[in-house]
Design a protein around this ligand. Structure first.
Ligand SMILES: *[C@@H]1O[C@H](CO)[C@@H](O)[C@H](O)[C@H]1NC(C)=O
Ligand SMILES: *[C@@H]1O[C@H](CO)[C@@H](O)[C@H](O)[C@H]1NC(C)=O
Ligand SMILES: *[C@@H]1O[C@H](CO)[C@@H](O)[C@H](O)[C@H]1NC(C)=O
Ligand SMILES: *[C@@H]1O[C@H](CO)[C@@H](O)[C@H](O)[C@H]1NC(C)=O
Ligand SMILES: *[C@@H]1O[C@H](CO)[C@@H](O)[C@H](O)[C@H]1NC(C)=O
Length: 878
């Protein structure tokens, strides 16, 4: 275990506090730093200066990134050592190593590793040319024309790839589907320890194998292929079997993939930030500039609403991909049979939640015979209910929890429970806490309705349940009427803190069937922007193959301007206005249109910034590369304005942000244009922000400039602007800093004046209870200072050196401060008493004074810093 004096957080958020369910958090690795150099000679000079006081985590000997990341040995003075090394003339940049959590999409289902191969399938929707996610983005049309991504090298930065999977080629190396790549970290890498690279990028976590299959799965019993099955894949493994990855590892992986000749690099990885200057984002932007398109998932923090972009998706020129829900939800059913009275045996499928179904043949008891009842078995069953122990009890899903329903039927003796769905498809439910229920499962709504129709006729329906471990499996695709084609509720919203458009585009990511490691079951359906991103990478491969170019700017423009903007949906219903640009970028990609567009429209998006920095005029460029004369009509389709803040609250609202029917008007310098051969034209776009928007609530207005050609082309450019001033927005409120215990994941405040007895200087371990200095900005801040003010009299014979920042006289900042490129939400710094100048603070009573720089703020201006002071706390050294 790493001996660590401090556990710090740089980019904000602790799992379970702010990045709920997303699994995306960022932490600093104590004593680990990235140093970037101008050239290799400088590297040698650097090592001389390092003088054995640290070990190398990663060497960056790359064309676009030269330097090292090091783990300094002496954690008691790492900050000052690092600062000293950063002063070397050769050092171009220094950043602390921060950690990004392994992506954590929702696992909808995983095939059982012990189940026999799929024996039956519902063939029509699983024909590879007919795979729903491919139809949604026109990959099916490109495939029908013979485009398969042949020869394109796609690097996947992830948990590795299970290349032993038959649908992922079965081997690793030249001639295999997974033909290049490496393991940068080793199985045991957690993020905090030193990576131990090896040459084998095999996946032990699952995520990367699912991502890889979305790009390039070969034909398989589940009847699908990846979007571009003839590419070759590079597996760049950046996670151990568990844990997190350092940004140094991610930077190295990107550069390695670039130098290995990857033509497309994709990463379904991210952490909350919203700043394009974050170092990993900077590294990816450079690679895009060098000619390689990079797709990165937008993030799964949609529940936080507007302004929650994540890195590296927030990088300039990085293609940030949002997620759209699948129109058809794939479900694997275990086939069993039923009889009506003594009739013929008929087949039906169920999704098991328990394996205790073996040999169960019993009649069905339906709690009600009403197949539209919203709250079946949500209340205790009536006294007239018979003993249910000899039945398979049928209950409709809805209103209360599965467990509550299970408790109510169990109270009448039930042991076997089948739910029938109230929407399409079926899922696995967990009622393991209701111990009386020995087996549970779910059937589709139509199956439940068939059973109940027979019972209503006075017949007996008897089910013969086949053990899920031996049942024949059948995959079925259920029509997703509720959210199919809509932006997924979990997809993270932009824009960046500087009002850059994020995401750029959207792609199916909700309920996506793909490969999974053989040892974990082989196939699975997952939901997340992690799934949308690789399908976009596959689309880029096909478009590049069709057009004969990988030019990232051209591909971004083509994908964004041929995409279809989708209507807004809050997870329950569709609305009559489009989803905002901050949620979907250009919309759902249309790969065929992008591949064959002869009218080129650019750029990929327009931002008019906020009111203070309002850009009066931007331009779009139209170019006709076709052989025919085309007349274009220009127009614009606005969508509603979304408020960042709800009511009078100064804190950004959660999803779904309130939308009002206020639309910008847009003046286009030309409404009709006829372009002769090969000619292009630049057209001014002058928006007038919408009226009736409360600027104090920061209304983000957006829409699409549309271009329709007589050749049938229909293109659009997303635009956005913000009514309100981000600079005026207070980013930190006085009450938003507090002291917690470093061991408390929930960061609960401790009482005013709490005394912490902490280990002697230099001896703190990660398990010690240290004061955690917590700051929770309401908005992002590119810098948060943390000044420690001694409130008690200094110990006798101790000379206290003080420094002054604005009105605060302090003994200095804690190691790990300042906090850079912060997202909103809590950022804790666990304090061992160490200061940034290598000294330890004397024992005493302190408060922490946090200064957060406003968005677009000037560091030199006092009024651009918001201040919050923590309650008092006392440290004593043991
Ligand atoms: C990984 O860690 C385990 C347990 O600490 C150890 O037994 C194993 O040898 C390590 N493996 C490698 C490759 O270092
Ligand atoms: C918005 O304006 C500010 C101030 O000029 C600038 O720094 C920022 O980059 C602008 N945002 C975009 C996306 O251009
Ligand atoms: C655009 O349309 C003209 C017809 O006026 C056609 O001749 C020309 O080839 C097209 N442009 C380009 C770049 O080919
Ligand atoms: C442009 O084309 C789109 C897609 O075909 C269509 O929905 C829209 O109505 C057209 N707009 C105009 C102004 O013709
Ligand atoms: C916290 O304690 C300090 C003294 O330790 C006291 O001055 C201050 O008023 C207290 N604050 C609150 C909010 O109770």
């Amino acid at each position: 275990m790493v001996r660590s004096a401090v556990f710090l957080s740089l980019l904000a958020t602790i799992s379970g506090v702010i990045a709920r369910g997303s699994g995306q958090t960022s932490k600093v690795v104590p004593g680990a730093y990235i140093f970037e150099f101008e050239n290799d000679q400088d590297t040698a000079a650097f090592y001389k200066q390092l003088n054995g006081e640290g070990s190398t985590r990663m060497k960056f000997n790359y064309k676009l990134f030269k330097g090292v990341s090091v783990q300094l040995k002496d954690l008691s003075n790492h900050e000052s050592k690092a600062q000293k090394m950063a002063q070397l003339p050769a050092v171009k940049n220094m950043w602390p190593v921060t950690l990004i959590q392994a992506p954590n999409p929702k696992v909808e289902w995983v095939a059982s590793s012990t189940s026999p191969a799929l024996q039956a399938r519902d063939v029509s929707p699983t024909d590879p040319s007919n795979f729903p996610p491919h139809q949604m983005v026109q990959i099916d049309k490109l495939r029908a024309k013979g485009f398969t991504g042949k020869g394109v090298k796609v690097a996947v930065i992830d948990t590795g790839i299970d290349y032993t999977h038959p649908a992922l080629g079965g081997c690793f190396g030249a001639g295999c589907l997974v033909s290049f790549g490496t393991d940068l970290v080793g199985d045991n890498y957690s993020g905090f320890n030193t990576p131990v690279p090896d040459n084998d990028p095999k996946d032990c976590a699952g995520h990367g194998s699912h991502v890889a299959g979305i790009i390039a799965a070969q034909e398989n019993p589940y009847g699908f292929t990846g979007g571009a099955p003839d590419v070759t894949l590079g597996a760049y493994r950046v996670f151990g079997c568990e844990g997190q990855a350092g940004n140094d590892v991610l930077i190295a992986a990107y550069n390695k993939a670039f130098e290995d000749g990857a033509q497309i690099i994709t990463a379904s990885i991210g952490g909350p930030s919203g700043w394009a200057e974050e170092p990993w984002a900077v590294a990816v932007s450079r690679i895009v500039e060098a000619g390689v398109p990079c797709t990165v998932s937008a993030g799964n923090d949609g529940d936080h609403g507007l302004f929650f972009a994540s890195t590296a998706a927030n990088g300039k020129k990085v293609l940030a991909v949002a997620s759209v829900d699948n129109k058809n939800i794939p479900t694997v059913f275990s086939l069993s049979s039923y009889k009506v009275d003594s009739g013929d045996s008929q087949q039906f499928g169920y999704v098991s939640s328990s394996k205790a179904w073996k040999g169960v043949t019993k009649p069905v008891y339906a709690v009600t015979l009403d197949t539209t009842i919203p709250d079946d078995a949500c209340s205790p069953l009536p006294d007239s209910t018979p003993d249910l122990s000899n039945y398979i009890v049928l209950v409709r899903r809805g209103t209360c929890t599965f467990v509550q329903k299970a408790q109510n039927v169990a109270a009448k003796g039930a042991k076997y429970l089948l739910y029938y769905n109230n929407i399409a498809g079926a899922l696995s439910v967990d009622v393991s806490t209701v111990t009386q229920i020995t087996a549970a499962g779910m059937v589709q709504d139509s199956t439940g309705a068939a059973f109940i129709a027979a019972i209503k006729d006075g017949k007996t329906v008897t089910l013969s349940m086949v053990d899920p471990d031996s049942a024949t499996k059948q995959i079925q695709f259920a029509d997703n009427k509720a959210t199919g084609g809509a932006l997924s509720t979990y997809t993270s919203w932009g824009p960046t803190w500087e009002v850059d458009v994020k995401p750029q585009i959207s792609s199916p990511g909700g309920n996506i069937l793909s490969t999974y490691p053989v040892a974990l079951g082989g196939y699975a359906t997952l939901s997340g922007t992690s799934m949308a991103c690789p399908l976009t990478a596959a689309a880029v491969a096909l478009v590049a193959q069709a057009r004969g170019t990988f030019d990232p700017a051209l591909i971004e423009n083509l994908l964004a301007t041929t995409a279809n903007p989708q209507v807004f949906n809050d997870g329950a219903q569709f609305y009559d206005f489009l989803a905002p640009v901050a949620q979907q970028g250009g919309g759902l990609i249309q790969a065929y249109d992008a591949a064959f567009a002869t009218t080129l429209l650019s750029p990929s998006s327009l931002t008019f910034n906020d009111t203070d920095h309002f850009v009066r005029k931007r331009q779009i460029t139209l170019k006709n590369t076709s052989k025919q004369r085309v007349t274009y009509k220009l127009n614009h389709v606005p969508t509603n304005t979304f408020y960042t803040l709800s009511g009078d609250s100064p804190y950004p609202a959660a999803f779904p942000n309130e939308a009002i029917a206020a639309h910008a008007s847009v003046k286009l310098a030309l409404q009709t244009v006829t372009l002769p051969a090969g000619k292009s034209i630049t057209i001014d776009v002058l928006p007038t922000p919408p009226k009736g928007v409360d600027a104090k609530r920061l209304g983000l207005w957006s829409g699409y400039i549309t271009v329709n050609g007589t050749d049938g082309s229909a293109l659009s450019v997303p635009y956005q602007g913000l009514t309100g001033s981000l600079h005026k927005q207070q980013v930190l409120f006085p009450e938003d800093s507090w002291i917690a215990k470093s061991t408390d994941e929930n960061l609960n405040p401790v009482e005013n004046g709490t005394v912490f007895t902490i280990p002697a200087p230099g001896n703190a371990q990660s398990t010690d209870v240290l004061p955690s200095l917590v700051v929770s900005p309401a908005f992002g801040s590119r810098q948060i200072r943390v000044d420690l003010v001694l409130l008690s009299a200094p110990p006798k014979n101790t000379k206290i050196k003080t420094t002054k920042f604005l009105d605060t006289t302090s003994i200095g900042q804690p190691a790990g401060a300042p906090i850079l490129w912060a997202s909103r939400g809590p950022s804790p710094i666990s304090w061992s008493g160490e200061l940034t100048d290598n000294k330890f603070a004397p024992p005493g009573t302190y408060k922490a004074v946090f200064h957060a720089l406003r968005i677009f703020g000037n560091e030199k201006k006092k009024e651009d810093w918001d201040v919050s002071e923590s309650p008092a706390f006392t440290i004593k050294y043991a």
